[in-house]
Ligand binder design. Structure first.
Ligand code: ADP
Ligand code: MG
Length: 230
């Protein structure tokens, strides 16, 4: 599904160059559930943003579903994002003046799907995340866990190949974290590939493979016995 070879990334901070990713090698197959851990500033978000075609590598290889991700125009990058990738963020990134249903339907708008079908499919995905009764509510009328469920429905609605989640439970209490991870486990069991960045060991234990970044290199990469949530 995803192949990364000897990938490097630096940021130019004016005075000096900050070498954030130093020769990353990582291959992820379809259906995997991978957590990426590492201390703050270790490059987790940078790696996830490159995987998500939100940022560009300096050198190395990145292939997504067999396609080399290299020197893409903004239009092509957006096309690949919308075709292959679903995003979940710590801060939910919902649009405040749009209802839950409208937020979930939005990616289909960018794919020129007619309104009736958009809303129909958005309702199906709201049902999937247990929020059918909240379709007409605005984000500020919902709890953090509900907002993240809306964001998950929005990420799923285009049936992407890979879901990328950067600290998806970072703003949630432990009970809500449990519920969100249980939902992600269900989605993974249905076959979806998921990559989650987290600093919470409990969250990592609920995935199937744990990659640890340290000082810009992969310090360890292990398949683990998943703690399955009931
Ligand atoms: P993590 O997600 O593991 O906390 P990041 O990938 O966000 O780490 O950041 C890695 C390092 O790169 C940090 O030192 C951060 O300050 C720096 N960094 C991240 N994004 C930028 C940017 N756009 N410009 C300059 N430096 C950046
Ligand atoms: Mg980060």
């Amino acid at each position: 599904m995803l192949v990364i070879k000897d990938l490097n990334k630096s940021y130019d901070t004016g005075k000096s160059k900050l070498h954030v990713l130093k020769g990353i090698n990582l291959s992820i197959d379809e259906g995997e559930f991978v957590s990426i851990m590492g201390s703050s500033g270790s490059g987790k978000s940078t790696l996830l943003n490159i995987i998500g075609i939100l940022d560009e590598k300096d050198s190395g290889i990145y292939e997504l579903d067999g396609i080399p991700i290299e020197h893409l125009s903004e239009i092509r990058a957006a096309e690949y994002r919308s075709k292959f990738l679903g995003f979940i963020f710590q801060s939910f990134n919902l649009i405040g003046y749009k209802t839950a249903l409208e937020n979930v339907a939005l990616p289909l708008y960018y794919q020129n799907i007619p309104r009736k079908e958009r809303n129909h499919r958005a309702m199906e995905y709201l049902e999937k995340v247990g929020l059918a009764d909240w379709a007409t509510h605005l984000p500020n009328e919902m709890s953090g866990g509900q907002k993240q469920r809306v964001a998950i429905a929005r990420a799923l609605i285009t049936d992407p190949k890979v879901i990328l989640a950067d600290e998806p439970t970072g703003a949630l209490d432990s009970k809500t974290t449990y519920d969100i991870m249980k939902l992600l486990q269900e989605i993974n069991r249905e076959g979806k590939t998921i990559i989650v960045v987290t600093h919470e060991p409990d969250v990592a234990a609920e995935t199937k493979r744990n990659v640890i970044l340290k000082d810009g290199v992969i310090e360890s990469d292990e398949f683990i016995t998943q703690r399955v949530l009931q």
